[in-house]
Unconditional design. Structure first.
Length: 442
């Protein structure tokens, strides 16, 4: 049997380790209590009052926060008083606690007394600060992109509206021209019409064939080649009416041509600056054109300036791209608001970083999927409010919990209808209950 002198002093090391752990535990409690006491004392909305049960040393219940940890660890009553004091201070500092106060102070780079916050807390908070900076940078970029796309889409819609107004005006003018009598017009060969100001000039002659004079632009040529003839207003009252209508037609035709030029520029700018339409090249001339029948006069130039292409681009931007950006902006707005509230309440936690990232990702996904539910060309009516799809996407990204609650309720309702009904007259299955046990005897 081995000699007792050769064995390690286990019976002596155990009590020493327990005593050391108790002293460290008391020291940590004192640090937390002093930190909570400073926090409560500096808040104007907190009432500082510590009333704890247990022995009071020196007629003060707060004495245990600054007493010798060794003396407190050796006295069970003082340990209870210390724990009760820290518990009361924690209730007064709620919803903040010692851990969140240290982390919030480290995030704000606020130095506290007593070497608070410790160095390890300052070393861990840099990840949270990095995530917040990335979210701020992303929301700034998303805001600029969303504002640029909103202005771009609004410009395209205005051009489509202007084109429709010009076409309506042209239809009205053509209808009025068709109602004029034949005496309101005289025909002149195209060779006799001298262009002025970059366009064909007209002549005004009396019914007896007076000498031709410079006049406003003709309405339209007739025939082809050398046989082309212009219909010019004649003299008299009927000719004056034709003259006014021809002038209105010329101005409306110029406006229509200008709108088509703006449409071409809008389509080319979209291709250059929106990556979705840059697969065919950086130049507008390289735009991929749909298949065109052989011999058709339609070419790439006409496709670039058509309102059909503009309408398709507006539908994609307003139905998918803008809701995705606005949903992400709504998620970022909620995250930053929640971060500001946590900094104000000193309730910041390390997990808030990844929680914020997941929140922004979910808001972006739900905002982008709104285009599959509603069309971007029509407003959305929610609770007697008419909103655009981009505005709805922002609210969805901000109020994510309400959206998920609605989706879960819809899924539960659909799942309840899909469950197989019980056969007629069949009783529901009842699980067998456990047999009753007799009560224990005396």
């Amino acid at each position: 049997m081995p000699d007792d002198s050769t064995l390690p002093p286990l019976s002596q090391a155990g009590p020493r380790a327990d005593a050391s752990g108790a002293i460290d535990f008391v020291r940590d409690l004192q640090h937390d209590g002093r930190l909570l006491l400073r926090h409560v004392a500096r808040r104007t909305d907190r009432a500082l009052g510590v009333a704890v049960s247990g022995p009071e040393v020196g007629n003060s219940a707060l004495y245990v926060l600054t007493a010798d940890p060794t003396a407190i660890a050796a006295d069970h009553a003082q340990i209870e008083a210390l724990a009760a004091c820290v518990d009361v201070l924690s209730r007064q500092a709620a919803p903040a606690n010692a851990s969140t106060i240290r982390l919030t102070s480290a995030y704000l780079r606020t130095a506290l007394e007593g070497n608070e916050p410790p160095e390890e807390v300052r070393a861990r908070v840099w990840r949270l600060r990095l995530v917040v900076k990335l979210i701020i940078a992303w929301v700034a970029v998303a805001m600029l992109c969303a504002l640029a796309l909103l202005a771009h889409v609004d410009d395209g819609r205005r051009m489509m509206q202007q084109l429709q107004e010009v076409r309506t005006q042209l239809d009205t003018i053509f209808g009025e021209l068709a109602k004029l009598p034949q005496a309101a017009w005289i025909a002149q060969p195209a060779a006799a019409a001298q262009p002025q100001g970059g366009g064909p000039a007209g002549v005004s002659g009396a019914a007896g064939g007076a000498a031709p004079t410079a006049f406003l632009p003709f309405c339209s040529p007739e025939g082809e080649g050398d046989q082309r003839r212009w219909r010019a207003p004649a003299g008299g009252e009927a000719g004056s009416q034709a003259q006014a209508l021809c002038s209105q037609w010329a101005q409306a035709a110029k406006r229509e041509a200008l709108v088509f030029l703006r449409l071409q520029d809008w389509n080319c700018r979209t291709q250059r600056f929106v990556p979705l339409w840059r697969f065919a090249g950086n130049s507008c001339a390289d735009t991929e054109v749909p298949p065109i029948p052989a011999g058709s006069p339609v070419g790439a130039h006409d496709w670039n300036r058509t309102e059909m292409r503009t309408g398709g681009i507006i539908a994609v931007l307003s139905g998918f791209v803008l809701p995705l950006l606005m949903g992400s902006i709504g998620g970022c707005a909620y995250v930053l608001r929640r971060l500001d509230q946590r900094l104000s309440d000193h309730t910041l936690e390390i997990r808030d970083g990844w929680h914020s990232v997941l929140r922004v990702l979910l808001a972006t996904v739900l905002g982008g999927l709104l285009g599959a539910v509603w069309s971007g060309d029509h407003p959305v009516t929610v609770a007697d409010l008419t909103l655009s799809l981009a505005a709805v996407a922002f609210f969805v990204g901000f109020a994510l919990e309400a959206v998920f609650t609605l989706i879960e309720a819809m899924v539960d309702g659909v799942a309840g209808r899909l469950r197989a009904p019980l056969p007629t007259g069949a009783a529901p299955a009842v699980l067998p209950s456990a047999p009753l046990r007799p009560p224990p005897g005396p």
